[in-house]
Write a new protein. Structure first.
Ligand code: ADP
Ligand code: MG
Length: 326
């Protein structure tokens, strides 16, 4: 449906998007994930024909967004990071204006306006001045205008930024609903948000593609367990002497717990974690000491994301992560 090919964007001598390539298939909700400054808005502005690329190209259903902008743009509805809403107008007036600009007129336009007002649930405020609307409602009006013209793809740039927790949940619900009838690409710098709404994650950092996969598969592929946590009644020295001969083990950290038991955190670089746990099991069995607990530890996608982006959780990100999920 959309093909982004070797896209590069330089602002002066700064490269904001760096040889970025990915494919968008019809019928999915894509989360475009990356920390602030990763190049999400730049990429989306280029994909929607609002900004030129330094090199590379974007094809929308086979149409080059720069060489054939008309047929390409017809297929996309876009909510930019800062939607150009006219504060003095009502949503009705604004949608009339945008619809006409998209070449829709007469009865077709009134019908489509009615439909998008219903889809985005802005009926009660449709005649109120946009200036008087809450940020949540303004964002809905922005999404309503993106839906005019019945595009097959909806692109939303950070649609939940600046909303309160209730509004965030409502907009997430709306995105999920739109996903049933559209291909949706929305950007976010919040991993948990992307994980809960989308069925494909495109992860970028420093303008480069880090990963593109389903959230579950991404987690599996990138986060194979590499750590075993165990509890034993052996002493620290004895545990070390049982574990260190196992050559797949790269480090052992022990800690004495209440009740005199010992917890050991074992790291390995071996891909077959169960073969390592079997060796541990056998070592303890032969020693006469008990292995009371053994579990595999995985890093979270959150930790990976922070590591990949080289951007430790900043206060803003941390705050927004605490938004309760439904
Ligand atoms: P994101 O949307 O992921 O936060 P952006 O695409 O807005 O990232 O920005 C990517 C990088 O490009 C940032 O470092 C930003 O400062 C820089 N940038 C964006 N727009 C401009 C511009 N018009 N001129 C110069 N630098 C820019
Ligand atoms: Mg942005």
């Amino acid at each position: 449906m959309i093909s982004v090919e070797h896209l590069t964007k330089c602002y002066g001598d700064f490269t904001a998007v760096d040889d970025l390539s990915f494919e968008i298939d019809e019928g999915h909700v894509y989360g475009f994930l990356g920390p602030n400054g990763a190049g999400k808005s730049t990429t989306m502005n280029i994909m929607t024909g609002c900004l030129s690329a330094t090199s590379g190209r974007v094809l929308i259903d086979g149409h080059d967004i720069f060489e054939e902008p008309r047929p390409a743009k017809k297929l996309i509805g876009y909510l930019p990071e800062q939607p150009p809403l006219y504060m003095g107008e009502s949503p009705m007036e604004y949608l009339q204006f945008v619809g006409q600009a998209k070449g829709i007129t007469g009865k077709e336009l009134s019908e489509q306006i009615e439909q998008v007002i219903e889809q985005t649930k802005i009926y009660e405020v449709r005649n109120q001045r946009i200036a008087t609307l809450s940020k949540g409602f303004r964002q809905r009006v922005g999404i309503a205008q993106a839906l005019l013209g019945k595009p097959r793809v909806i692109i939303l740039d950070e649609p939940t930024v600046g909303l309160d927790p209730i509004q965030i949940i409502e907009i997430r619900e709306l995105i999920k609903e739109l996903g049933r009838s559209h291909t949706v690409i929305f950007s976010s710098h919040i991993l948990s948000e992307v994980q809960t709404i989308c069925d494909e994650i495109i992860m970028i950092a420093h303008g480069r593609l880090m990963a593109l996969d389903e959230p579950g598969k991404l987690e599996k592929r990138l986060l194979s367990p590499s750590e075993i946590s165990l509890v034993t009644d052996a002493g620290a020295e004895q545990a070390q002497s049982l574990l260190t001969p196992i050559k797949e083990i790269t480090s052992v950290n022990t800690e004495l717990m209440d009740g005199g038991y010992l917890r050991a955190e074992v790291k390995t670089d071996n891909g077959d974690i169960y073969s390592v746990s079997r060796k541990i099991f056998n070592a303890f069995k032969d020693s006469g000491k008990a292995l009371l607990e053994m579990s595999l530890k995985k890093a979270s996608l959150e930790e990976l994301f922070i590591e990949l982006s080289g951007n430790p959780a900043e206060s803003e990100t941390a705050e927004e992560k605490e938004v309760p999920e439904k």
